[in-house]
Design a protein. Structure first.
Ligand code: NAD
Length: 486
């Protein structure tokens, strides 16, 4: 990500170019660019625009100008726009998927970049079907009272590097559907796929509805500037708790609306009635989806003593079947860790914890940014790998005897994104799941999300929700109309 990094070498297959900002429907060149590097090869994928404060002003002005008309378009027109987005995504999915694989490191196959593009298409189609009907609160001799939903205005979307395009879509789809206009600011690690997608979507959206700018966070920090910008009415942010907290402080003077989707440290609790072989695949993908670089991945596994050894063995056996390799290789199912910063974090947490437990698989880096799936048993809540969010391919396993103790350990964190219970007793599983302090709970799976089910974090994991009608409403203000007797 270094500016003009002379050491970067060309990645095979990548069309190396300077990507523009997209402002007011037009590609706009920046004065400077920064390198975006392929985590699998160290090669250059392309150069992203280093937006200045003036570029951001231009993008916000374009979004405000477009808001004047977009907020007044009919509900049908906005529903149609989401369908047009879905179609455009479908037509260009492979190109964008390859770009995601090159800059983010997730393979084309498995739960990889083609899956990510499928998600964008599915979410776009679903978002088209949502609506914001006027709610009649009262209609009698005393008068009529109506609740109207109005688009909040210009939305600033700040996204992370793990699912770069899907998360951007989770932000801009409901915004556009509600009648808002958007300025997207992708992560400096993975800006190119988002820029390219928004370039393509501008072929089907009116100018200024969807804009994108980027920066490297060092030379300029456009995310920070967005949270302070007077022309933006709402920030939707997905990323770390530390940055989310800074944003919350920055928006206070302007009273911007906020949706924050932040870190988690999801626990899974395995009860003694399970069949270890039957749940191994679900446990593995719950934890290792996108190499563990997923907000609601399973990050701590609590297993009852009666099935502990069998669950550990079944998980390791399954993990050994997963091929790691270059993300553009059709045979790869997992790739490298996405960037050096995250690689260093995962390595440090594993190194600090592995002597407290028993390494069942992995435990040491591979080549470059590759890190093999790592499973460490016999840890407790004091191990750094358990206490902190690893956001990488390393799963700690903790043995328990009493389920009350497991629930207490699962809840003993400041965050609360997701949690799961693994059992053949549905009623018991649901009772335990409902006591987990997190925004989503699953029985016998972990991390499955869908466009019609609200998703958000409790405690320090976030504010507000995404998806479903509730997620759409986060892009609206309520206006209550007291219309008197008719
Ligand atoms: P990050 O907080 O470092 O960066 C996220 C975004 O914020 C980037 O675009 C970055 O440029 C921008 N940013 C940096 N400084 C800023 C500032 N001062 N003000 C405003 N914006 C700023 O997070 P990351 O490393 O990209 O992502 C990993 C984290 O995201 C993990 O903790 C993970 O759990 C979390 N995450 C959460 C969800 C969810 O839905 N809850 C989804 C994905 C990732």
């Amino acid at each position: 990500m270094a500016e003009n990094n002379a050491q970067a070498v060309a990645a095979p297959e990548a069309e190396i170019r300077d990507y523009p900002m997209i402002i007011g429907g037009q590609p706009v060149a920046a004065e400077r660019y920064f390198d975006v590097v392929n985590p699998a090869t160290g090669g250059l994928v392309g150069r992203a625009p280093m937006a200045s404060g003036r570029d951001l002003d231009g993008a916000v002005a374009a979004a405000n100008a477009a808001f004047e008309s977009w907020s007044k378009t009919s509900d049908e027109a906005r529903a149609e726009a989401c369908l047009a987005i879905a179609k455009k995504v479908e037509e260009n999915a492979e190109e964008t998927a390859r770009l995601i694989s090159m800059e983010q490191g997730k393979p084309l196959n498995g739960i990889g970049s083609r899956f990510e593009m499928g998600g964008v298409q599915g979410w776009a189609a679903y978002t088209s079907s949502l609506s914001m009907p006027i709610k009649v609160l009262q209609d009698d001799a005393q008068g009529r009272v109506e609740l109207h939903r109005k688009p909040v205005g210009v939305v600033g979307s700040i996204t992370p590097w793990n699912w770069p395009v899907l998360i951007a879509a989770w932000h801009f789809l409901p915004a556009v559907r509600a009648g808002c206009t958007v300025v997207v600011k992708p992560s400096p690690f993975t800006p190119l796929s988002t820029i390219r997608l928004i370039e393509l979507l501008n072929e089907v959206l009116p100018a200024g509805v969807l804009n994108v700018v980027s920066s490297d966070d060092v030379t300029t920090n456009i995310g920070a500037a967005m949270s302070q910008h007077d022309g933006i009415r709402k920030i939707v942010f997905t990323g770390s708790c530390a940055t989310g907290s800074k944003i919350m402080q920055s928006v206070a003077p302007s009273m911007k609306r906020l949706t924050l989707e932040m870190g988690g440290n999801d626990a899974g609790i395995v009860l003694p009635d399970v069949d270890p072989a039957a749940i191994a695949e679900g446990l593995f993908w719950g934890a290792f989806i996108n190499n563990g670089q997923t907000c609601a991945a399973l990050k701590r596994l609590y297993v009852h003593a009666d099935v502990y050894d069998d669950v550990c063995n079944a998980l390791v056996d399954f993990a050994k079947t997963i091929p790691l390799g270059d993300p553009l290789d059709e045979n790869s199912i997992l790739g490298p860790i996405s960037n050096q910063m995250q690689f260093d974090k995962v390595k440090a947490l594993v190194d600090a914890s592995k002597h407290q437990g028993r390494v069942l698989l992995g435990g040491a880096p591979g080549e470059g940014l590759f890190y093999p799936p790592t499973i460490i048993a016999d840890l407790d809540n004091s191990a750094p790998l358990v206490a902190e969010e690893q956001f990488g391919p390393a799963l700690p396993i903790i043995k328990f005897e009493d389920v009350e103790e497991a629930i207490a350990m699962a809840n003993d964190v400041e965050v609360g994104l997701g949690g799961s219970v693994w059992t053949t007793d549905t009623a018991k599983g649901q009772e335990i799941a409902s006591r987990l302090e997190c925004g989503s709970v699953w029985l016998n799976s972990h991390g499955m999300i869908q466009p019609n089910a609200p998703f958000g974090g409790l405690k320090k994991s976030g504010l507000g929700v995404e998806f479903g009608e509730e997620g759409l409403m986060e892009y609206t203000d309520i206006q209550t109309q007291f219309l008197g007797p008719r």
